[in-house]
Design a protein around this ligand. Structure first.
Ligand code: ADP
Ligand code: MG
Length: 312
């Protein structure tokens, strides 16, 4: 049986720091990313790809605001779906081309993915995640009154909307994703952490929140019974005492060691924190191992030559 790996792509796989995010820039980055992923397929892995959408959904939200007088703005869940669609399209096209060039008989397909969250999640009581454009205080107050948004002043840079970042509970389309992976196709799913939805007796409905993409990737990996969770970012390894005296890069560590380092506060919230948490959850819940490394080191890390590996 081929091993199934869920690959969680960091922001730099699609937009590099200082880039504006033009279509051409994103295509070029995605081309490089697709080459790395096709190398995994060539290596015999079944691959599911997930990715962030921060800069992309940020730009879509600016378009909603700037165009609000001309066309109706769409809510955050719909903007998330738009970003899944366009990034999925770019990824699946680049991947299809790479797979074909490598002589592999595999296609790539994108699933618009909903992720159920608990509406009682404590994150909803205190929204902290800034999304979309900066506003003047006047406009911020208007939006607060008109839409019930929560707005916060952001370090002297202007006003911004903040939303909750709840924990992912269930990948709604998991069964379909699993079935497609079995055909040998590369599946792109849960983009941007998935579209947060409330699941009730009445059915599904979208929520104006965002889910961390590494935690959503972990949920996805569990639900498709993946063997490996591969988190690709812009650092080759996680460290303790990161950027401080005594900085030590981590190789293979157990769940217990990782939990101790977490408790000691070595992994920053909003960056390495959720990656380490996702890695720990995946391995603790029966995954073979989780890996945190950089995009260009994916193959080497799977072969055991680098990366931070979280094992039982
Ligand atoms: P991504 O877009 O891949 O999710 P993030 O910026 O969210 O990227 O997370 C990666 C960043 O985490 C690295 O660039 C690094 O600066 C930061 N980081 C924070 N704590 C650590 C740590 N303990 N070890 C390594 N990197 C860390
Ligand atoms: Mg991140």
């Amino acid at each position: 049986m081929p091993k199934t790996v869920v690959v969680a792509l960091g922001g730099n796989a699609i937009i590099q720091p200082k880039q504006k995010g033009t279509a051409a820039e994103q295509r070029e980055n995605i081309q490089t990313t697709a080459r790395q992923i096709s190398a995994l397929v060539r290596g015999g892995y079944r691959v599911i790809v997930t990715h962030g959408n921060g800069p992309q959904v940020g730009n879509i939200l600016i378009q909603q605001e700037e165009g609000a007088g001309v066309v109706p703005p769409m809510p955050l869940d719909v903007c998330g779906a738009k970003s899944q669609g366009y990034l999925g399209y770019m990824l699946q096209q680049a991947l299809s081309n790479e797979l074909k060039a490598a002589g592999l008989d595999a296609t790539a397909v994108t699933i618009v993915t909903q992720v159920a969250v608990d509406p009682q999640d404590k994150a909803f009581a205190d929204p902290t995640k800034p999304v979309g454009p900066f506003y003047t205080e006047e406009r911020a107050r208007e939006l607060e009154a008109a839409k019930g948004w929560r707005m916060k002043e952001d370090a002297g840079r202007g006003w911004r909307r903040v939303v909750a970042s709840p924990d992912p509970k269930r990948i709604v389309e998991a069964e379909a994703i699993r079935a497609i992976v079995r055909t040998g196709a590369v599946v792109i799913a849960c983009g941007g952490g998935g579209i947060p939805v409330h699941e009730s007796a009445a059915g599904l409905s979208g929520l104006e929140a965002v889910i961390d993409k590494d935690l959503a990737g972990e949920r996805l990996a569990q639900e498709v019974e993946a063997d490996i969770l591969l988190i690709l970012t812009d650092v080759e390894q996680a460290a303790i005492n990161y950027r401080q005296p005594g900085e030590t890069w981590l190789g293979t560590i157990t769940v217990a060691e990782a939990r101790r380092y977490q408790a000691e506060g070595h992994f920053r919230a909003g960056s390495m924190g959720p990656k380490m948490e996702a890695a720990v959850r995946f391995t603790a819940n029966g995954g073979e191992f989780a890996l945190i490394t950089s995009l260009d080191k994916a193959t080497a890390a799977l072969a055991g030559r680098t990366g931070t590996r979280i094992v039982p």
